[in-house]
Design a binder for this molecule. Structure first.
Ligand SMILES: [Fe+2]
Length: 470
């Protein structure tokens, strides 16, 4: 596929090469006119689309074959773009459909602040065009972006930031994943594992978003950097650079934590009756991955919301829950040994940048598992003592919390596997072939653990009160 990253190419170059946005425009044009406002030329000055033309499917196919002189979004106008009022209306509708988020909004009296933010921010025609295209083409991403914008602004306020910072956090949240519009849909919607090249291409969504906001001028310069950093983590395990806390700004970490929290709430809790307060075990485990003050602000918001943890037992009976915890816990114990091995090899190969990155990723996951305490012998002995009908109240709550922690750890392990696979497939990997083989063996062994320790399934649907799609 021509827009995949190639070995040795910088992520900025990959980002600039993504042209999937033209495909979205052509699709939208079928029902909503997209008109060229000037002659669209390729980089050699050859005319591809004359000014004043409604962009057709055939013209899009032609555009896709060329490098354009200017980004296409600056050369077209889209009718019926989304207004700030519509964004406010859509957020309100979403908060109504997710009652726990609605409760947070209400208890923290955020209605007035949100209205003020939408009254103040001004999106130029390119930003308004992009968010409109996102809403029509990838509706679930649009809805998540609205919620990330809302929650980021709320956290920024709780963090005692100034109004201008809160407004910019909202904008950064709104556009944090806009880069996905430019990446081929085949990659964005792919089920299953990405190849190393596809994963590198996915990563460039942060650079595309950064460049978009940078193009607006100095007004949103903080938001632009925050979008670039929203997948960076304080422990160095993030991307695209693997920066650590001393090189990161607050806003990027606010967007990052909001994005992670809402991804768990919307995707992992999708078919469950779990709410935002059930995210507490997840937050505790990730307390070192974002700035401590940001983590504290999120905890404070959840506390003020007066939501209660739901105590949903994913296994149905307590006996099944205990059996699942023991089974999955023993698998995690094996995973620690594998991570330890990975950690030792990657530490020895410090001259290899890929190994250095692997070290930064494996070490926090290993310490997350060990510091959680859920692989301690005492915990297994305690689980052995539990009898189904005697387990209630706080003990049941502890078991459910353990299940959520295990779930997060399994997710973290799958992330480690993905990164190992990316590195072992990379031609930039300069560590010894023996170690590369060892990495592949570790990845295969972790994948076996992941498949043997699948999460218990819940049998009910989360009850959204109304459809959030309009
Ligand atoms: Fe993202």
């Amino acid at each position: 596929m021509q827009d995949l990253s190639t070995a040795g190419e910088s992520i900025e170059d990959v980002a600039r090469r993504q042209n999937g946005y033209a495909v979205h425009l052509a699709k939208i044009n079928e029902s909503n006119p997209v008109i060229s406002t000037e002659n669209i030329l390729n980089s050699d000055g050859v005319l591809l689309v004359p000014e004043g033309t409604r962009i057709s499917h055939d013209q899009t196919q032609n555009i896709l074959k060329h490098k354009l002189l200017k980004p296409i979004e600056e050369q077209v106008v889209l009718e019926n773009i989304i207004s700030n009022d519509k964004i406010l209306q859509n957020i309100t509708s979403l908060l109504n459909s997710y009652p726990d988020m609605g409760q947070i909004h209400e208890r923290l009296n955020f209605q007035t602040v949100l209205k003020e933010i939408l009254g103040k921010i001004s999106l130029n025609h390119v930003l308004a065009q992009k968010i409109t295209v996102l809403s029509k083409q990838i509706t679930h991403e649009y809805e998540k972006s609205l919620l990330v914008a809302w929650f980021s602004a709320l956290i920024a306020k709780e963090h005692n930031e100034e109004n201008s910072f809160i407004e910019e956090s909202f904008v950064a949240g709104l556009f944090h994943d806009i880069g996905f519009l430019h990446i081929s849909r085949d990659i964005v919607t792919k089920k299953g594992r990405y190849t190393a090249s596809e994963w590198r291409t996915v990563q460039c969504h942060v650079v595309i978003g950064q460049l978009l906001l940078k193009g607006v001028g100095s007004k949103y310069s903080n938001a632009s950097e925050a979008i670039l950093e929203h997948h960076e983590r304080c422990d160095g395990s993030g991307y695209p650079v693997g920066k650590t806390d001393s090189n990161l700004d607050i806003m990027g970490q606010i967007i990052g934590i909001s994005d992670s929290i809402l991804a768990v709430r919307i995707n992992r809790f999708e078919n469950q009756k779990r709410n935002m307060k059930d995210l507490m075990p997840y937050l505790h485990m990730n307390s070192e991955t974002h700035f401590r003050s940001v983590y504290d602000s999120v905890c404070s918001v959840l506390k003020q919301s007066e939501l209660s943890q739901t105590q949903i037992n994913a296994c149905g009976t307590t006996a099944d829950l205990v059996a699942s915890l023991k089974h999955r816990g023993s698998k995690l114990k094996n995973a620690v040994k594998l991570l330890m091995k990975l950690f030792v090899i990657s530490e020895l190969e410090k001259n290899c940048s890929s190994c250095g990155s692997l070290f930064k990723v494996s070490e926090p996951v290993m310490s997350m598992i060990t510091s959680s305490g859920i692989v301690l012998d005492e915990i297994f002995q305690w689980l052995d003592t539990l009898e189904d009908d005697l387990v209630t109240g706080d003990t049941l709550a502890e078991l459910i919390e353990m299940e959520l922690m295990q779930e997060e750890l399994y997710w973290q392990l799958s992330r480690v596997c993905r990164i190992i696979d990316e590195f072992t497939a990379s031609s930039q990997n300069i560590c010894s072939p023996d170690n590369q083989q060892e990495y592949m063996n570790i990845s295969a062994a972790i994948k076996e653990i992941l498949s043997e320790g699948k999460a218990p399934r819940l049998n009910f649907k989360y009850q959204k009160e109304t459809s959030s799609k309009e």
